[in-house]
Design a protein. Structure first.
Length: 179
């Protein structure tokens, strides 16, 4: 490309009545200008390449940060879905304490010394109790009628929605006050 410009410039000069020295000087000037332009173009290309590499690195870092944030958000969401806050569970149980008391009072009418603890376990999905059972190793009362009553009543309870199945354990302490 450079040779073509030099030759074209020289031909133009000769065609316009310029001398050989003038044509050679013009050709040298054109050559120098072409070299300067090429150096500047090379420098601009290197700068553009460097800027593109920096932008790619920045984009990669931003992409990694977004992926990390998404992973953190997913982990938090999954943790929240797998459990229900203790206070929320307590408020549901408290709203149904009359059910539990009715079961205990009925059993107490048959056994005046009935006291101890029953720990319940509920499997909850979409807010509904899917199963309810007594946790045997955490229960000190052995009254199947009372246990069945609590299971039957708690099967109708509604908890807050959760995307995943949640297992909840809750202890109930029973004692009769004798005067």
């Amino acid at each position: 490309m450079k040779k073509f410009l030099v030759i074209a410039s020289a031909l133009l000069m000769f065609g316009c009545g310029t001398t050989g020295k003038e044509a050679a000087k013009t050709a040298a000037d054109v050559n120098a200008a072409v070299k300067d332009a090429a150096v500047e173009a090379n420098a601009a290309a290197k700068d553009a390449n460097a800027a593109a590499k920096d932008a790619a690195a920045d984009a990669k870092a931003a992409d990694a940060a977004v992926k990390d944030a998404a992973a953190d958000a997913n982990a938090a969401a999954k943790a929240a879905e797998k459990s229900l806050d203790k206070e929320v569970v307590k408020s549901v149980v408290t709203a149904h304490v009359a059910d539990i008391q009715a079961c205990y009072l009925d059993a107490l009418s048959k056994n005046k010394d009935l006291a101890g603890k029953i720990t319940m376990s509920w499997t909850v999905k979409d807010g509904a109790v899917k199963s309810a059972e007594v946790v045997r190793n955490a229960t000190t009362i052995n009254d199947t009628v009372m246990e069945t009553c609590i299971i039957t009543k708690s099967n109708t309870w509604q908890f807050p929605n959760s995307a995943n199945e949640v297992r909840i354990e809750y202890p109930f302490d029973f004692s009769s006050e004798k005067k």
